[in-house]
Write a protein that binds this ligand. Sequence first.
Ligand code: AMP
Ligand code: ZN
Ligand code: FE
Ligand code: FE
Length: 292
Amino acid sequence: MASQADFHTHSTFSDGRLTPTQLIDLAYRNGVRIMALTDHDIVDGLPDAFAAAARYPDFTLIPGIEMSTDVPGNEVHILGHFIDWHDEAFRDRLLHLQESRLGRARKMVEKLNELGKPVTWERVEAFAGEGAVGRPHIALALVEAGHVASVNEAFALYLSRTGPAYVERDRLAPDEVVKLLTGVGGLATLAHPRELQAAGNLDALLALLSGSGLTGMEVYYQDYTPEEMDMFRALADRFGLLPLGGSDYHGLGGPQQREPGNIALTMEPVKRLLSLARQKGALGRATGPAAV
Ligand code: AMP
Ligand code: ZN
Ligand code: FE
Ligand code: FE
């Protein structure tokens, strides 16, 4: 299923394997014409992304971010689109989150050494490059060292929230992040709700977040089945949220991976998101034909 829109992608500035330019070239080849770059807790890939997008006159790029937040026993990711990514107080918050990611990743490397699955900090840093360090970079170092066969296996055996090498990091509360994102002029969308639904947390969270200014929920995502998409669309309707979605493309492989644009998102909710952005005066932060 190909969509012209993809609101959730990652680049080398967080834990994706393609540079913003390579990512946009791939998305464009796949038929995507409206895309958001949503790196984890960082906006530093946006200048390159805008430069790359400018080479395609029929391509619209939306500035975005994905922020990690916490609820007891679970992790909640929230996407922000059309954010004022130049805002200084916002960027200070992001810097702090990146420092916290560094300290946490070092502790995870120590734990792996204690578990007899050593990886070096130098290799994790090399995989992270100039971007925000994340567990996928540790996973790549584990694969390279021969301790696991794949990134997915690294998560299954060591790095998941319940894994033996997991370390918590500083995170904001989900309603705080919705307010932070809307406070910099953005529109906030709850990402990949499947695990929250499975844990029974989703209804209460949606009640809280829709009261804090949440705009959308991801319904069209990676390997979600048609039945799951129907169920999440009904839930989005019930809370007055736009049914959005994206590939969450990282280029890390695995059976769940979908290429940019390879999702069932239709243009109707996309148009509604654009018109909400227009009403908020935020549409001009995107560039390209859909941003005018
Ligand atoms: P971090 O931001 O360091 O907590 O890492 C979170 C990222 O790790 C997510 O955005 C995914 O890209 C990846 N991830 C989380 N859980 C898994 C998993 N079970 N298998 C593969 N990748 C995962
Ligand atoms: Zn990621
Ligand atoms: Fe996520
Ligand atoms: Fe993501």
